[in-house]
Ligand binder design. Structure first.
Ligand SMILES: O=C(O)CNC(=O)[C@H](CS)NC(=O)CCC(=O)C(=O)O
Length: 274
């Protein structure tokens, strides 16, 4: 049945390099979200392993189909009867020694229902303690937008640096997505400057809810991420947010009728000329 008000959860965590402790932290956080009524939970980018060099090995031995990560997430979804939009994890690609940054979606019956591969790779110099980010050294870019319907709500999927490329979200607007998801590991430096503004812009432009779950704090590889996981409504207002200091969960209600109301009173899609 299609619901007009849904309850969603976002997980903000400080992922380290080892897979199992990260998975256990994600599991505990998902459980807390479900206890607060969430029926769909979003995990951040690379919740499974952040800042590692052996992504290929992790993809092959832990994130492969039927492997420990995907079986555990599937079991979690089924046991807690919750949809899980699993931020991202490294998955094998058709290119040797390169992995995809994949956002897998698990429905509440435990089935894997969608895979979105991060399209824009973060090959950027940032004035922070790390300085140089070259995601394409280990990752290969996806090429397609992806939507997924969960309990009758249509979600448009993206990951982190994708947020800076509005044309991806314009596709989700054209497909009438009600929610777009942005699991992230935004740096502290760029997050402080750009995170909120970009997320608000995407919500206002697409007239949909934006759910953004971010990594937070100082990670094992020394990098610092921004936190401030947040939900913004189609009118650009903040529905709820976490702080930029510590791990936690955010559970909020989304009134999906607001998408329709806003789209009716200001029909951006109809007014598009280019
Ligand atoms: O590499 C990993 O282990 C996890 N992946 C990430 O941290 C990714 C790629 S380096 N980070 C971003 O895309 C940050 C984007 C950002 O901060 C911005 O757009 O300003």
């Amino acid at each position: 049945m299609t619901q007009t008000v849904i309850t969603v959860g976002l997980v903000q965590m400080t992922s380290g390099k080892a897979v199992q402790p990260n998975l256990r932290a994600a599991e505990a956080a998902i459980k807390r979200c479900v206890e607060q009524g969430a029926t769909t939970v979003l995990l951040p980018e690379m919740f499974v392993c952040l800042g590692v060099k052996n992504q290929v090995e992790i993809a092959q031995t832990q994130c492969q189909k039927g492997g420990p990560v995907r079986s555990q997430l599937s079991a979690l979804a089924k046991d807690f009867k919750v949809n899980i939009i699993a931020g991202s994890m490294p998955l094998m690609s058709s290119v040797e020694d390169k992995v995809l940054a994949a956002c897998l979606v698990f429905a509440a019956d435990g089935s894997e229902v969608c895979q979105y591969d991060k399209v824009h790779l973060f090959d950027v110099d940032v004035s922070d303690n790390k300085g140089r980010y070259r995601e394409s050294d280990t990752f290969i870019a996806g090429t397609q937008s992806k939507t997924v319907s969960l309990d009758g709500t249509l979600y448009g999927l993206s990951v982190c640096y994708d947020l800076r490329f509005p044309e991806l979200y314009q596709q989700y607007q054209k497909q009438s997505c009600q929610v777009v998801t942005v699991p992230s590991a935004f740096t502290y430096t760029t997050g402080q400057k750009h995170w909120l503004t970009l997320l608000k812009a995407r919500a206002i432009e697409t007239q949909s809810f934006v759910m953004a779950a971010n990594q937070v704090g100082t990670h094992e590889d020394g990098r610092i991420t921004w936190g401030q996981s947040i939900v913004i409504n189609p009118d650009g207002e903040i529905v709820g947010e976490l702080d930029s200091e510590k791990a936690g969960e955010l559970v909020v209600e989304l009134d999906l009728e607001l998408c329709q109301k806003i789209r009716q009173s200001m029909p951006l899609l109809k007014h598009k000329r280019l």
